[in-house]
Write a protein that binds this ligand. Structure first.
Ligand code: SAM
Length: 365
């Protein structure tokens, strides 16, 4: 059963959580929560704002996210207390890792307070942040002090002209490089660095980026350009397969594949044979990893999504703001996860790429 809600200029169907039949719990031992493909819930990505100060052409193109674009009003955003409540319930269902993202998460005022609240409510939780780095230098120490464990900084080029062209707001690369140093100095290293590779735009810089961070302790992850959302004009021809990335870097600096840290790790790890560290490749397009996906996403306005490429989310805010109990929310999340059957990257075609998928800035990258 679907209802629809006008969200900005998009119509996003929201599945009615209450229509999901929730199997009765097993008596005695409580088995791990699994979906229809036996995947567990281990990671929660939380979009704390749908706004960003960059207009990366592959994510929030200027032509769409312009001055007239209707971002969510502040009252629609989940409060820090509401986020902590959902995260605590998710933790009870097996979730072990939180990633704060967006939009640009450091635009959300007091983000360090949210981190402190999460680490107080869930001591020992693995909490990470993905940021474009533009506001990181000034905030790195406060984030670390609040309990942030790990950080990922997006950096698509070392060349200032390419970088400014890709972020499309003329932001200089030097500031992001400074921010990466500041994060490491604050104790947030090794920093992970995300480079989205787009053919003909920055693929000629793959080896330069690898060379720059070799031996630094930081880990660059080369990400295949994905058909997230419905506005980035994705075409398969623009994707550089990860195998090609590994081949190009390996031709210069020999690489050997490394074991994953855990089952379901998104990035495939490759180590430099000479011991200068490692890189990762994220191949959602050419090597789908749906079968081991343990991620749920909480949108800025409190919908739960079980796939980055989803067209609909499940409205948890109706419980959060409608007097729902923790049991209500737990039952809803259990039902959503147990009904999960998505495997978008396994069935991607040029046609599916045109679907009205929810924007990544809204559900959290
Ligand atoms: N604003 C933050 C940032 O720039 O890191 C967090 C949000 S951003 C949506 C999260 C990550 O998604 C970034 O590393 C970004 O490069 C990546 N991303 C966005 N659109 C993408 C696309 N079409 N294909 C692959 N990665 C993408």
């Amino acid at each position: 059963m679907l209802r629809t809600m006008a969200l900005r200029d998009t119509i996003i169907p929201i599945a009615d959580v209450r229509s999901l039949a929730i199997p009765a719990p097993h008596p005695g031992i409580s088995p791990a929560l699994t979906d229809t493909r036996r995947r567990t819930l281990r990671d929660l990505r939380i979009s704390v704002t749908d706004r960003c100060n960059f207009r990366c052409t592959y994510c929030m193109p200027k032509e769409v996210f312009d001055a007239d674009y209707a971002f969510l009003p502040h009252e629609a955003l989940l409060s820090f207390e509401e986020i902590v409540r959902v995260a605590t319930i998710a933790h009870g269902l097996g979730m072990e890792k939180i990633r704060l993202t967006g939009g640009e998460p450091l635009l959300r005022r007091g983000l360090e307070d949210l981190i402190a609240k999460l680490t107080t409510a869930l001591p020992g939780i693995d909490i990470a942040l993905t940021t474009n780095g533009s506001a990181l230098k000034a905030k790195a120490r406060a984030l670390k002090a609040a309990g942030l464990k790990r950080i990922t900084v997006s950096l698509d080029s070392l060349n200032d002209a390419t970088f400014r062209r890709m972020n499309d707001v003329d932001f200089p690369v030097a500031k992001v490089l400074d921010a990466i140093d500041a994060a490491a100095e604050a104790g947030l290293g090794p920093v992970k660095i995300n480079m989205v590779v787009k053919r003909g735009v920055n693929d000629h810089e793959i080896v330069d980026v690898a060379r720059h961070f070799r031996g630094s302790g930081h880990i660059v992850r080369f990400i295949e350009f994905m058909d997230v959302g419905a506005t980035n004009g994705w075409r398969m021809d623009d994707v550089i397969p990860s195998a090609e990335v590994v081949r190009r870097i390996g031709a210069k600096f020999p690489l050997v594949v490394a074991d994953p840290h855990y089952t379901g790790e998104v990035a495939e790890r490759w180590k430099y044979v000479d011991g200068a560290g490692e890189i990762g490749v994220i191949s959602s397009v050419t090597e789908a990893f749906c079968s081991t996906c343990t991620r749920a996403r909480l949108s800025t306005d409190g919908q739960l999504f079980t796939c980055l490429f989803a067209e609909k989310g499940y409205d948890l805010k109706q419980f959060l703001r409608g007097g729902g109990s923790n049991d209500d929310i737990r039952n809803a999340m259990t039902g959503i996860w147990q009904h999960r059957a998505d495997r978008y990257s396994e069935i991607r075609t040029a046609e599916t790429a045109k679907a009205r998928k929810v924007e990544m800035s809204f559900i959290g990258g």
